[in-house]
Design a protein around this ligand. Sequence first.
Ligand code: FE2
Ligand code: FE2
Length: 135
Amino acid sequence: MPFSWPEECNYEDGTMEEEHRELIGLVQDLEEGLRAGLAQAELLARMDRAYAVLRTHLEAEESALRAAGYPGLGAHRAQHNDMTRALLEFRANVQAGTAQITESVLDYLCQWFQTHMKHEDRAAAEYLRALSAAR
Ligand SMILES: [Fe+2]
Ligand SMILES: [Fe+2]
């Protein structure tokens, strides 16, 4: 499904938004690979690249929120952890040949990011912005 960047995902925090755009770009690379008929092993390599960027992003986001004393950090981290755990489990299944990277998996991934970026990350970006404006 073609992804169009939602208005609610435009924050004034440049770094967080840039990283989100990069991540969505990597999921789109996966969709392109799928449409081009790449083998699951090649798709898995693209998924691993996206996963590495995702981990770095989540860690940076969490450490910025921790440093800022963000009160919603626990719940926010729980969402990150649930997603990374699900991705790792899915990855293991793809490698074992019991699951496949399909369009509906990628749609689900995109949907998750979109919801998280629109709500949890947006609230976090607003908190960081308010804090830096108050300093
Ligand atoms: Fe987040
Ligand atoms: Fe994020």
